[in-house]
Design a protein around this ligand. Structure first.
Ligand SMILES: NC(=O)c1ccc[n+]([C@@H]2O[C@H](COP(=O)([O-])OP(=O)(O)OC[C@H]3O[C@@H](n4cnc5c(N)ncnc54)[C@H](O)[C@@H]3O)[C@@H](O)[C@H]2O)c1
Length: 327
């Protein structure tokens, strides 16, 4: 029976598809291929998946009522990894409707798809560290209060967690929500700081450094994130209601200044820094308490920021820059 991966052309989704295919599972991917960032990236990720015999793809908008059921009913899907969303905190300031449509309506449609699927086993869906808002207590634990989001993006992710809880309670739909903390790696997202800084530094352009670099992020390498998703997917919650939430982070926040210094070392370039004030939709710190995922799944992140950034920088230089030059 195939696993459905939503957002399959996205950064995390494409890596999850690869992992599932490599362990012999059939995968059905869906994505609406929107142009929030360079479509060549999404097409490039898909091009690496389509040669696999076990992979099939549907271009569709998950928020369109009934679209998932119409396209996929009868395929025997009982496991879903739901990663499709309008991502990015800052973009949500100017495009609120996009976020509510893809992240709230889309999540509801995924829930409805799962509810209608005979013998459904497990929905694993993406939440975000942004739900912790401006919380001061660190590290952030799943039991902390998260009812003060500071961006609409965060509010949509919190809404997803609430809707999921309701479907677990009402319909016994087994689900696990994962709060990802700043995921990075090859085939990553060009709207995120690690990519924007790398590109600007290699082009000799200035980078925007908010709050004088006094910001901390718990960067999580993509392979660790995929390992966590797949471990969780294999083990649905059995309690009532069958609904859990876990942090997926590195448990080791990096100061923005140190992060830039690591990039400078790896790229052999000194960054031109433009200092800017903290933005109101941003938080000063993210820091994941990883006790729960380790307790229940024996999971520990294993890739250091130095090793992970090196792999990203190598990929960016050897593969992405070469591809971009050929366009
Ligand atoms: N990357 C991170 O650091 C991070 C951190 C926290 C949470 N997340 C969450 O993890 C998930 C995956 O993130 P990502 O970094 O891979 O982002 P991404 O933007 O690369 O991937 C999301 C994919 O979903 C697709 N999509 C968006 N709206 C859709 C819709 N209505 N119908 C069908 N497809 C749609 C996009 O085209 C994209 O390919 C998202 O839910 C995101 O909010 C990511």
């Amino acid at each position: 029976m195939p696993v459905l991966v939503t957002g399959a052309a996205g950064f995390i989704g494409s890596h999850v598809c690869h992992h599932l295919l490599s362990r012999g599972e059939a995968v059905v991917g869906v994505d609406n291929m929107n142009d929030y960032y360079d479509l060549a990236l999404k097409e490039g990720r898909l091009a690496r998946l389509t040669p696999h015999k076990g992979f099939s793809f549907h271009q569709l908008d998950i928020a369109e009522p009934g679209a998932l059921v119409d396209a996929l009913a009868g395929q025997g899907i009982v496991k879903v990894v739901h990663l499709a969303a309008q991502a990015g905190v800052r973009h949500s300031l100017d495009n609120p409707r996009l976020y509510v449509r893809s992240n709230v309506m889309g999540h509801l449609e995924v829930l409805e798809f799962c509810r209608a699927a005979p013998g459904f086993e497990h929905l694993v869906y993406a939440s975000s560290s942004s739900v912790y808002g401006g919380n001061r207590k660190v590290p952030f634990a799943e039991t902390d209060q998260v009812d003060r989001p500071v961006s609409l993006y965060a509010a949509t992710k919190k809404s997803d967690e609430l809707m999921s809880h309701t479907y677990a309670h009402l319909f016994g739909l087994p689900q696990t929500g994962l709060r990802f903390f700043t995921v990075y790696g090859p085939w990553g997202r060009p709207d995120m700081a690690y990519w924007i800084f790398t590109q600007a530094m290699l082009e000799g352009k200035p980078i925007r450094v908010f709050n004088d670099g006094e910001m901390w992020r718990d960067f999580t390498y993509i392979d660790d994130v995929v390992r966590a998703i797949v471990a969780v997917l294999d083990k649905p919650p059995a309690e009532a209601p069958p609904c859990r939430i876990y942090n997926v982070g590195n448990n080791r926040p990096e100061r923005l200044d140190d992060f830039i210094a690591t990039l400078e070392r790896l790229l052999g370039v000194t960054a031109i820094r433009n200092s800017e004030p903290m933005q109101t939709s941003d938080v000063e710190q993210t820091y994941a308490d990883m006790t729960a995922l380790e307790r229940d799944f024996g999971f520990r992140p294993s890739v250091s920021i130095e090793d992970g950034l090196k792999t990203f920088v190598d990929w960016y230089r050897s593969e992405w820059m070469a591809r971009s030059a050929g366009r």
